[in-house]
Each structure stands twice: as structure tokens, then as C-alpha cells.
Design a protein. Structure first.
Length: 384
């Protein structure tokens, strides 16, 4: 039994099995259609909610599972094997729901968490800006306070589920500014449909088709006083408070995509004959398989070590950054070499290999690039 398996409880295994059933019964049959149409898979996300897979980390009092982060990673990895786009959509939704669960008022929790756990309300976090990245000192989106609440104005980029979400968490700088600090805060803004001043332009990417992201523009979008999440000035801490979890979750998505590509390569190497024998009998293919197996196994152990630490309240940035960049690179490596094992057939679009390859690429960019993760790990190791 592996170290990963020996650490699992019955609850972990039940959630993993439930995610596996969802992936097999719902996601896999829809994956080609999602890829072909590039449409937001709302019905798939709603089914994930019906099966309790959107509220794994949410409190039971609000319709969630009340489980730990290891359970979440086990589930999201299995879903990613069937579709990276669906897994990343759920990831974006999850990390919009968690701040509401942690910092929301009783009224905000009552209003939003149960629908989010059921998949009736899809969430999105809008932090990044076109010219400021996610630096709190450079954010230019403003929340101007008046007697009726706030008027939000600014531009956001790269928001997972932006535009199709039913609830957006918008990070903005309060004006007038508080006497101390930058005033960066989080505001709960319902979806863009018929919402005056809230516009969204979707951007098409090379992979993760069906995973909606793009640019949002807010022009004097009106919200009430009750839209403030947490306290004024704590916005960046709220938005980034789950960063170690988010990076580890991205690592789990990477290992899921890599696992799907690896399994396809193994099956093909055993079935495809050349020169009167399976291609897996040739040493050149065996070397590729061994390298893929080692890369994937190493990445999974780092991801689940980070997930277990977080579940035990001992998570740290060095471990999560390591897990994220190693798993991202493993996903690229394994998907690329799975194509190589297939030869010319691997380059065809009627197989899912090219989808795995394109979906894997974004993981080395979002959530902090591989280069940023390596700098973070080195800084932590060197005590800089």
C-alpha cells in the first residue's frame, strides 16, 4: 500500500469514489462536447452539486460536506482525469465560496453558501487586473462609498467563471480610503445578466475549452452596504488567504490530466503492434513509460503531502509551491510523451491526447507561474 493510500480514511475513499462515479457517468460523456462547443458546462456543474462535490470544504450547516482538503484534492484529481476544464471550473467556484464561508456574515452565508454547495449559484473571484496583476499596492478598481452603499469601477482579467458566475467576489480599493492602510476590500456582486455597468468579454485560449475566463469591466456598478465581505482593508488577505490550497489544488488537477494521458499511453503500448509485437516491448517506448511513471508518481506524492499538511493545519507556502510547479511540469511532460508513444496517431484530433496536452500547459502559468513558484521555494529554503 502506498503512503498516500495508507493516509486515507473511509471518508476520503468515499468522496474519491463519488468523484470517480461522477467523472465516469457525467463528465466523460460530456468532455468531447464541451471541447467542441467551448460552452460553459453548467449542467455538469449542477450535477456535481447534486452529488455533493461542490461543497466538500463547506460547512455542513450550509449544505456542505464539512470534509478536509485532502478529500477535495482526491476528488478534483479524479474529475480532471475526465476533463481539465470541468475540474478548473470547480476549482474557481470552490475558491470563491471559501471566503464567504470564512468571512461572511450570517446573512451572507445564509444567502449564498447553500446555493453554491448545490451548484445553483456559481462563484468567481475577480482579483487580477490587466496592468497590476494581483499586487494590492497597484490595484486600481475602486469602491466609492456613498449613502446607498458602494459604486464599483475598474477592470479585471483572468477571472475563472467570470461573466457566467452568479456571484462575483470583486477585490477593490475603498474610497474614501481609511485613515490607515490601502483600503483593499472584497465585495459580493451578483452576476452580470442585466446588471447595469457590469460587462464581460470572454477570451479564447488554446486549452481548457469550456472553462470560461476573460476580462470584466465595472462602471459604477451599484451594491449595497451588505455587499462588503469581512472588514474594510482585509481584501487582499481574504483573496489570497487560500493561496496554498489553490496552488495545491492546481497540482491535483495536473496529476489528474497526467494520469489520463499515462493510462492511454499504457493501453496503446500494449495494444499497438509493430514488427510482430506490441510497441511496449521496444526499449525506446519503455524508457518513455518509465520516465512518465516516475514524474507522475513524484508529483502526486508532493501534491498529497501538501494536501495532508493543509488538512492537518500545517500547510506552508514552500510545500504548496513545490507541489504546484512540479505537478504542472509533470503534466506537460507526461502528456507530451503520451503523444510520443502513440506516434503519428497521437497528433490526431480525434483522440483526447492533444486536449490533455493543451489543457496541461495553462497549469504552469495560472496561480503563479512556474518561475514564481521556484523563486518562492528557493526563498523559503534560503530564508530570504
Amino acid at each position: 500500500m502506498s503512503l498516500i493510500e495508507s493516509a486515507l480514511t473511509d471518508e476520503h475513499r468515499e468522496i474519491r469514489d463519488r468523484a470517480a462515479s461522477f467523472a465516469t457517468e457525467v463528465v466523460e460523456p460530456a468532455a468531447d462536447r464541451i471541447e467542441r462547443t467551448d460552452e460553459f458546462p453548467r449542467e455538469v456543474i449542477e450535477e456535481a452539486g447534486d452529488r455533493g462535490l461542490l461543497g466538500i470544504l463547506l460547512p455542513e450547516a450550509y449544505g456542505g460536506e464539512g470534509s478536509d482538503f485532502l478529500s477535495y484534492c482526491l476528488a478534483i484529481e479524479r474529475i480532471a482525469e475526465a476533463s481539465g476544464a470541468v475540474a478548473e471550473t470547480i476549482q474557481g467556484h470552490t475558491f470563491a465560496a471559501l471566503p464567504v464561508a470564512e468571512f461572511g456574515t450570517d446573512d451572507q452565508k445564509e444567502r449564498y453558501l447553500e446555493p453554491m454547495a448545490r451548484g445553483e449559484t456559481v462563484g468567481s473571484m475577480l482579483l487580477t487586473e490587466p496592468d497590476a496583476g494581483s499586487s494590492p499596492s497597484e490595484l486600481s478598481t475602486v469602491a466609492a462609498a456613498d449613502d446607498e452603499g458602494y459604486l464599483l469601477s475598474g477592470e479585471k482579467a483572468f477571472g475563472t467563471n467570470a461573466g457566467v458566475a452568479d456571484l462575483h467576489l470583486v477585490v477593490a480599493r475603498k474610497r474614501p480610503a481609511p485613515e490607515e492602510g490601502h483600503g483593499v476590500s472584497v465585495f459580493l456582486v451578483p452576476g452580470t445578466d442585466d446588471r447595469e455597468g457590469f460587462d464581460f468579454e470572454r477570451v479564447e485560449y488554446m486549452g481548457m475549452r469550456g472553462h470560461v475566463t476573460g476580462d470584466s469591466t465595472l462602471s459604477d456598478v451599484r451594491v449595497g452596504d451588505d455587499a462588503l465581505l469581512g472588514e474594510v482593508g482585509r481584501g487582499f488577505r481574504i483573496a489570497m488567504g487560500t493561496i496554498d490550497m489553490a496552488r495545491t489544488g492546481l497540482g491535483a488537477i495536473g496529476t489528474g490530466i497526467a494520469r489520463a494521458a499515462f493510462d492511454d499511453a499504457i493501453a496503446y503500448a500494449g495494444d499497438r503492434e509493430q514488427g510482430g509485437q506490441p510497441v511496449g516491448n521496444y526499449q525506446a517506448v519503455q524508457v518513455l513509460v518509465a520516465d512518465m511513471d516516475a514524474e507522475l508518481d513524484g508529483a502526486r506524492h508532493l501534491v498529497y503531502d501538501s494536501a495532508k499538511r493543509i488538512a492537518d493545519g500545517e500547510g506552508d507556502t514552500r510545500t504548496s509551491s513545490k507541489a504546484k510547479y512540479v505537478a504542472s511540469e509533470a503534466a506537460e511532460f507526461v502528456t507530451r510523451n503520451a503523444i510520443q508513444v502513440h506516434g503519428g496517431k497521437g497528433y490526431r484530433t480525434d483522440l483526447p491526447l492533444e486536449r490533455y496536452y493543451r489543457d496541461a500547459k495553462i497549469l504552469s502559468i495560472i496561480g503563479g507561474t512556474t518561475e514564481i513558484q521556484k523563486t518562492t521555494v528557493a526563498g523559503e529554503a534560503l530564508g530570504l
